[in-house]
Design a protein around this ligand. Sequence first.
Ligand code: ARG
Length: 460
Amino acid sequence: KHNKLWGGRFDGRTDQLMESFNASISYDKRLWKADIAGSKVYSLALSKCGLISEHEQLAIHDGLSKVGEEWSEGTFQIIESDEDIHTANERRLSEVIGANIAGKLHTGRSRNDQVAVDTRLWLRDEIDKISKHVATLINNITNRAEKDVDVLFPGYTHMQRAQPIRWSHWLMSYAVNFLRQQNKLQEIRKRVNILPLGSGALAGNPFNVDRELMAKELGFDEISWNSLDATGGRDYIAEVLFWASQVSCTLSRLAEDLILYSTKEFAFVTLSDAYSTGSSLMPQKKNPDSLELIRGKAGTIIGKCTGFMVTIKGLPSTYNKDLQEDKIALFEVCDAISAVLQISAGVIETLSIDSDQMKKALSLGMLATDVAYYLVRKGVPFREAHSLSGMVVKKAETDHCEMNEIPLTDLKTISEHFDEDVVGVWNFENSVEQYQAPGGTSKSSVLDQIAKVRQNLVTH
Ligand code: ARG
């Protein structure tokens, strides 16, 4: 006889390669805990509507606990006919408590609503773990930003020296981004935390199981509204994949900045040994492999997201086996983003900075905007001030000197508004302290950003 749970209408055996091609147990065994939790609650709902006796419910419950113990102790034996985690657990349950009782568990249920509830349960916990990794990363960034708040360095646009900024302002640009991502993740969690169980294969549940009870028991916020949507929809997975893609892009950008800052040419930062590796050929090398892998993983994650979007693009309504591919993408992306977040947090926490080198990299040319603002404060319209400041830059260039070496008398020939107090412009600290408006690079604004981020961070 056919050894499959669905084997009744079959005569012929499954092709050998088809058997392994069809199976998902090698990876969906990660859902074992969720699968057992879902089945326990389903058995409760079955007993509540009188489909199984209290005694049978207890037997199923205890049998499932026993199966769960085997998984957690690593003694669960997967056999060849175990197609996926659902069939494996049910097969084992009937060995433990007998097929007569175990055979009632799947009444009115389908693997279609089962896999959906398992995945949502697993993902909900995973989101909580990932959210904590985001919190740790944000904490490490804000702590560092607070500690290093007096350090100035060059801000770049187009990779060209632009204006002096606080190093902490650069750091906080990432903290603010990651906080926003954490908010988004909490939003996604709400859409993940919806109970699909009780949707059957597609049409719903014919025994009027108490879905609200199951939702409550499993900690779901809500029950799904439509059984076709509940069994065939995977947009919550796509959302997580896209979320991870976005976060990995930001982390890649952070990594790229730090790779550059850690070159001998910049020498702003040094990665700790814990996050660097050497060369098998060149003894002097200390390579930022951690950062390069963070940058590299973004490609892998985006690829998984894109791949899954392509998978769901052509699907008709309801469950189709293509959807089994969702977990391959989901598991790999969750693992990758978790790793990348933790490594990034470690890199930020342990890297050292060379504030003298950062200061040295500031050049007086970066104060040209400040020269214009100096004139603006004397009543010169900005457009005119911009062009006058350009003339000062040009003068320094032709005289082969710095702007602050141009004698006041020469400055006065460019504009009569230049005066003794122009010396105040040649000061990087003064320059950054102008940016007092919220969101700017002044000390008070950066400290304000740190406080705001800490206030809004979700740490549980
Ligand atoms: N292993 C399957 C999956 O991951 C479970 C659902 C199977 N449903 C079915 N009708 N074959 O999607």
